[in-house]
Design a binder for this molecule. Structure first.
Ligand code: MN
Length: 300
C-alpha cells in the first residue's frame, strides 16, 4: 500500500526532487482522530494550508527572503489514512514518517495535535521540545481518553521521548488547574502570552531556545497559540493569545534552530475567509525560508 498520497496542489515553492538532497521536507497527516474537545475539521487542514500557500504568486518570507527557483523543498504529500481506524493511524504514521536528518528541516502538517506523538515516537532519540500552544496539553486523560490531543506533552514526557528539562510551552493562555500543577511538578517552564506581551517575542524565543536547545530540537505549533480573532479556524480558539506578527517573528527565529517541526489544528471546517489557513501558510514560508536562507549562507 502506498504510504503517501500525492498532494494536489503541492505546497508552494516545493519541487519534485529527491529527498536525499532536499533542504526541507513537508508532509501531511490528515486526521482529527485525537480531537473532540471542540470543533472537528483538522483532517482537512493539510489541504487547506497547501491551497492557501498558492494564493501568492511568489513564495516569500515576511523578512523578504524569496524561495530559490531550484530550492530543495520537497512535498511528500499526505500519509495515506484511507480506511484507517484510530489504532491504525499511529502505525501508518510510524511507517511513513520520513527520517529526520541533520540539515534537512522536517515539517509535518496536521491534523489535530495528537499526531505529534507518533511522529516523535517514530523519530526515536530524546528531544528538546518547544510547544507553541494556548494549552499545555498535559491532562492525564480527557474524558477517559489518554491519547487525546489534550494529553500530548504528558505522554511524550512519560515515554521518555521528550526531556522535561528541555521542554517549554510558549504562548500559553488557557491551562487547566490540573495542567498548572503538572507543569510545576515536572518543572516544565511555560512562557505565557501575557509574558510575551510584557517582555517581547524576541526575549521569549531566546529563553525557549535556552531551555530546549543544546540537542535535537522539535518545534510543535498549535495554531490556537495565536489570538482567537486572528485565527478563528481552529478547534479551540482562545482569546488573548500571541499576535500573528509575533508568531511570524518566532518562525524566522526557530527556522534557523529547529531540526523538525509541525503545525497542527487548522480546522478546514471552521475557517471563515480562509484566514487561518493563510496565516498557517505564511508561518510555514517564514519557518522553512529561514532554514533555507541560513543553509545557503553556510554553504557560501
Ligand atoms: Mn491547543
Amino acid at each position: 500500500m502506498a504510504r503517501f498520497l500525492k498532494a494536489s496542489p503541492a505546497f508552494a515553492g516545493s519541487r519534485p526532487a529527491s529527498l536525499s538532497n532536499a533542504d526541507a521536507v513537508i508532509w501531511g497527516i490528515p486526521t482529527d482522530c485525537g480531537a473532540g474537545t471542540g470543533r472537528l475539521g483538522a483532517k482537512r487542514g493539510p489541504k487547506a494550508i497547501r491551497e492557501a500557500s498558492r494564493i501568492w504568486n511568489t513564495a516569500r518570507t515576511s523578512s523578504g527572503f524569496q524561495f530559490p527557483d531550484h530550492g530543495g523543498l520537497v512535498d511528500l504529500g499526505d500519509v495515506d489514512l484511507a480506511g484507517a481506524k484510530r489504532a491504525d493511524v499511529r502505525r501508518r504514521i510510524a511507517a511513513a514518517a520520513p527520517p529526520i536528518e541533520p540539515g534537512r528541516l522536517n515539517v509535518m502538517l496536521g491534523g489535530d495535535h495528537s499526531v505529534t506523538r507518533p511522529v516523535l515516537e517514530a523519530a526515536g532519540g530524546r528531544w528538546g521540545l518547544i510547544y507553541m500552544d494556548a494549552h499545555p496539553d498535559c491532562i492525564d486523560a480527557y474524558h477517559g481518553d489518554r491519547d487525546s490531543h489534550a494529553c500530548v506533552v504528558r505522554r511524550l514526557v512519560e515515554s521518555g521521548r521528550v526531556d522535561p528539562r528541555r521542554t517549554v510551552v510558549l504562548g500559553m493562555s488557557a491551562p487547566e488547574a490540573e495542567e498548572v500543577e503538572w507543569l510545576a511538578k515536572h518543572r516544565v517552564e511555560a512562557i505565557t502570552s501575557w509574558q510575551v506581551a510584557k517582555t517581547g517575542i524576541e526575549k521569549a524565543c531566546r529563553r525557549a531556545t535556552q531551555i530546549a536547545g543544546g540537542g535535537p530540537l522539535y518545534l510543535s505549533i498549535d495554531m490556537d497559540v495565536i489570538e482567537a480573532g486572528s485565527v478563528p479556524g481552529v478547534e479551540n480558539p482562545e482569546p488573548g493569545g500571541i499576535s500573528t506578527r509575533e508568531a511570524l517573528w518566532a518562525m524566522d527565529f526557530f527556522g534557523r534552530r529547529a531540526d523538525a517541526a509541525d503545525l497542527v489544528e487548522v480546522s478546514g471546517d471552521a475557517d471563515p475567509a480562509g484566514i487561518t489557513a493563510k496565516t498557517a501558510a505564511r508561518m510555514l514560508f517564514d519557518l522553512i525560508g529561514a532554514h533555507i536562507e541560513q543553509k545557503g549562507r553556510k554553504v557560501r
